[in-house]
Design a protein around this ligand. Sequence first.
Ligand SMILES: C[S@@+](CC[C@H](N)C(=O)[O-])C[C@H]1O[C@@H](n2cnc3c(N)ncnc32)[C@H](O)[C@@H]1O
Length: 244
Amino acid sequence: MTPEATELLLRGAEELGTDLSPHVEAFARLLLLLQEGAAQTNLTAIRSEHDIVLKHFVDSLTCLRGRWLDGDGHVLDLGTGAGFPALPLAIVRPDLRLVPVDATAKKIAFVTRTAAALGLENVTPLTARAEALGRDPAHRGGYDRVVTRAVASLPALAELALPLLREGGVLVAQKGLVSPEELEAGRLAAAEVGGEVRAVDAFALPVLGEARTLVVVGKTGPTPDRYPRREGVPARKPLFWRAT
Ligand SMILES: C[S@@+](CC[C@H](N)C(=O)[O-])C[C@H]1O[C@@H](n2cnc3c(N)ncnc32)[C@H](O)[C@@H]1O
């Protein structure tokens, strides 16, 4: 990693209140592996060092805002893609047990190789659809936290994530701008599947200043057995939300 990119990484994380200096080497290796992986397959559209550092690494770590991930929990990353936010989180929070999940086997193969190359023993990647895990007794209600970045609308996320959480667990959804209509649908959907919106934290991405929102949903009661609906339906027909 160039000195400029290292400086950006440290400065961006510092704005989030996180000191990444003990982890610079791990992030430099992750950067290389990601660039190699992206050259071979269509892993991520973000390719330059500057953008990977800010839009993948620093952006992923914004889920630490508000300290919703404090404690040594079992954390599922729903729709992890090339490993975001799971891999940066695993580097800075070795106390978390992370399960990055994605429907695409190729992406999970990359996350598995990369976690092994970085010696991240706290990462157990899984190729699966969230709908299937949400109906599987081995996973339903099995997680303390679900994190998810840039995956679906809020009502779809509520339906996919809440079945996976234990009561008292928390979904931390990393989003861009969230419209009042999406937020309202998210609130209604959360109530329908056994949860409630706890926080809506709008902020600017360090250095770049782009708009971001963390939406935090707590699981307050059981999820009715009919949720999640069958594969593809939560995103295609989100609860309380117009078709897009
Ligand atoms: C836009 S990408 C975001 C990837 C990553 N979270 C990031 O921020 O770079 C969305 C990912 O979610 C996955 N995905 C979407 N719906 C899913 C579902 N129901 N179950 C599992 N993975 C899903 C897709 O395969 C895709 O890799």
